[in-house]
Design a binder for this molecule. Sequence first.
Ligand code: ZN
Length: 218
Amino acid sequence: MKYLKFKNSNEQVPIGKIVCVGRNYAEHAKELGNEIPEFPIIFLKPASNVIFSNEPVVHPSYSNNLHHEVELVLYIGEDAKNANDEVAEKAIHGYTIGLDMTLRDLQNEFRKKGEPWTLSKCFDTAAVLSEVVLKKDYKLRGDEKISLSVNGTVRQNSTLNKMLFSPVEIVKYISARMTLERGDLIFTGTPEGVGRVVPGDKLVGALENIGTIETTIK
Ligand code: ZN
């Protein structure tokens, strides 16, 4: 079982389900040749995929196109089912920065065949997390900067107000379909600039006022 790490707290919270939103930035949808979605596109990752900042991502041997996706991650701190705006906001107890590592070649193959994306998004080390900042320490304004560099070159650089669906809208949408529980995480989608990484690469991400994340590809 994997446990969350918190800034300024020693709480022991096991990681529940990890719900991810696809194509939540218009420019990212465009760069992959996708349409801008009318509703959030949802997929899952298992908690066993999680590693933390400063641990290496292990490049699977069966892919030739491992991509980085830097994202705001929401920490769900209490149950939410059919949440309205108020309940959705209250269920978000904190935030962190995460990397949704993706096997783009597999994803493209699956999409072509109309098969589930699962194995392009789920593999050991596919979800990299930093420490959760609790809302009592910082409440997101919604226009924070988010960025990712590879070997010192900035590849992703955007702001959270470019998200098509806000954190509250995402929590409402998901909780109308499956109950969100304490310990669940939501990856809210990545801005444009995703790209390939290879063994030896060093990734450094930053989310303004929340924190940084670092990993190398092994
Ligand atoms: Zn993603």
